[in-house]
Design a protein. Structure first.
Length: 275
């Protein structure tokens, strides 16, 4: 793959060319289409291993590449994070605090998928629900989605990455929940992870300046309780330290001349679990 396309800013961020947006659209749409197909699996008794097997089969059926299989030794086509798992939940492993990986009523579930299409990386995650949800869980999911969209609304040339983090943090904390600081979004394009680190908190007007042609993810993780996390002994699964619920939404975006383009919009309009 050509990892030298475009120029590099003084902050180490690659600026892609206009023609590269087409590649990111295709990759983002593929990831979003696969996530759309997962919705019917959100049923009591379905296991996270079964969900991952479905995603793996769908990636293979489409002739795509899973970016996560083999990444730093990871062997699954998705990360599946249930309830107080913040991110990087391993499909098929027991859900922390349970004796199995089967879903139960009231679970909130984040599923994160990254696929490679003609060398371009499409990365997205969204929340799902095993209905019915408790009101506090529904509120957490909604606040997290709103925070993502407020961060995206701050993406335009001349703004800064601090503006994105500030928009997310002020909305989250205004709702009296907390934004995770231990994980962040990232640049992508012809590579899975690249500069910049996209923080989901910060001060307006600080950080690198946004320029047309930047590609990156915004993926706030929001906890119902405190923001601290810890990683379990498998070296992947991150949970909330206080065992409070956590939610996350992620889009891949590109900075345009007037704002931004979201590459991972749900073609079926299913990005939020109650839609």
């Amino acid at each position: 793959m050509d990892e030298t396309r475009g120029r590099i800013t003084k902050d180490g961020i690659r600026i892609y060319e206009d023609a590269d947006f087409a590649g990111m659209r295709a990759a983002g749409r593929a990831a979003a289409e696969i996530l759309d197909l997962v919705s019917p699996l959100m049923q009591v008794g379905v296991t996270t291993g079964e969900i991952d097997a479905f995603i793996r089969d769908e990636v293979e059926r489409r002739g795509l590449i899973s970016a996560t299989i083999g990444y730093r030794g990871y062997q699954h086509a998705s990360c599946i994070s249930v309830n107080h798992v913040v991110c990087h939940g391993i499909p098929g492993n027991k859900i922390p605090g349970r004796s199995s990986d089967a879903l139960v009523a009231g679970d909130i579930v984040n599923i994160d998928v990254t696929v490679v299409v003609d060398g371009w990386f499409g990365d997205s995650s969204r929340m799902y629900a095993v209905l019915p949800l408790k009101p506090f869980a529904q509120r957490l999911v909604t606040v997290t989605h709103e925070a993502l969209m407020r961060g995206i609304a701050a993406v335009k040339p001349g703004n800064t990455f601090g503006d994105i983090g500030h928009a997310i943090q002020t909305h989250v904390e205004g709702a009296r929940v907390s934004v995770v600081r231990d994980f962040c979004g990232h640049g992508l394009g012809r590579v899975f992870h690249a500069p910049p680190n996209v923080l989901h908190y910060g001060r307006a007007g600080t950080g690198a300046v946004l320029e047309e042609g930047m590609f990156f993810t915004i993926e706030p993780m929001v906890n119902l309780g405190r923001p601290e996390t810890k990683t379990l002994s498998d070296d992947w699964t991150a949970i909330t330290r206080d065992k409070s619920l956590s939610a996350q939404f992620e889009h891949s975006v590109g900075v345009t001349a007037t704002g931004c383009e979201i590459f991972t919009l749900s073609p079926a309009g299913k990005f939020h679990p109650t839609w």
